[in-house]
Design a binder for this molecule. Structure first.
Ligand SMILES: [Zn+2]
Ligand SMILES: [Zn+2]
Length: 279
């Protein structure tokens, strides 16, 4: 069961390493991208051995973190120490990265537990590789998490989307996600100039704008339907069953932290479930 999933790929100078622990499950592997000496995301803590081997292949000058979740920031402390490089993340992530944050047991099992570290904000002058070949522009895109940041490589039309996309038709949500904010971030992304999307879990998506658009349309439609049913007096659980089907094993495994009714509650009330008084 505890199989290491490791694969490498190259695309026009972009190198990537996919690492993870389980096979044939959604979202249980995560990708570290490398553009010359710039690294996007640190990989999950229990995959350090493979991430270190990958990063040792060439000098790295900076690590850029898309958001504070353990599959993305996990090796931030070790990379900073071993490669003596600064780590950058959105200011909304700094406290969690420095002081630690709650990681539910099912997430610890899949990814491990990250070490704490100090991160700096993104600075425009620090976002270009030393060779000058690659340059990244941060774009704050909250919703999946408050600190979520995408990176655009304007010359090549690449978008590093972190966990903004992942799937066109998500049915599950954690209590901390804010799909209302995510809808705004997806709208904002569609105004940007990019073509190829690099998702942290899905990998390369050739028609990036179409993928973002299909997720946006799905969420808007689901929100409209959920709010319409809510007006008729139905409870969130019943709406969830009608629109998304019965809860699945993931809900049980996460003790309700990651499930379908969270998606409906958050869309109906337009805020994360963690901020609602459960009823
Ligand atoms: Zn995430
Ligand atoms: Zn992730």
């Amino acid at each position: 069961m505890l199989v290491a999933v490791i694969s490498r790929s190259h695309f026009n100078g972009l190198e990537s390493l996919r690492v993870g622990r389980f096979q044939k499950k959604i979202n249980t592997s995560c990708i570290v991208y490398r553009l010359g000496d710039l690294v996007v995301d640190a990989g999950p803590p229990n995959q350090w051995k493979y991430v270190q081997r990958f990063l040792k292949e060439r000098a790295i000058s900076r690590l850029l973190i898309t958001h504070h979740h353990e599959d993305h920031c996990g090796n931030g402390a070790k990379i900073g120490k071993h490669f003596n490089c600064p780590v950058h993340a959105h200011p909304a992530a700094h406290k969690d990265l420095e002081q630690g944050f709650a990681v539910q047991w099912y997430r610890r099992m899949v990814w491990g537990k990250p070490e704490r570290f100090k991160a700096e904000d993104f600075q425009p002058q620090n976002m270009t590789s030393q060779s000058g070949d690659f340059s990244l522009q941060p774009l704050h895109s909250p919703g999946h998490s408050p600190d979520m940041t995408c990176f655009i490589e304007p010359q090549r039309g690449w978008l590093f989307s972190g966990d903004v996309y992942v799937a066109s038709r998500p049915r599950f949500l954690t209590e901390d996600e804010n799909p209302g904010q995510e809808i705004e971030s997806l709208r904002n992304l569609l105004k940007q100039d990019f073509q190829t999307l690099f998702c942290s879990h899905k990998g390369m998506v050739e028609n990036g704008p179409a993928a973002i658009k299909s997720k946006l349309e799905y969420l808007l439609e689901l929100q409209g339907e959920a709010q319409r049913l809510y007006q008729t007096g139905l409870a969130s659980r019943e709406i969830s069953r009608q629109l998304l089907g019965k809860e699945e094993f993931l809900s049980l495994l996460s003790r309700g932290h990651f499930n379908k009714v969270n998606m409906i509650r958050a869309l109906v009330h337009d805020c994360p479930v963690s901020q609602l008084h459960h009823r």
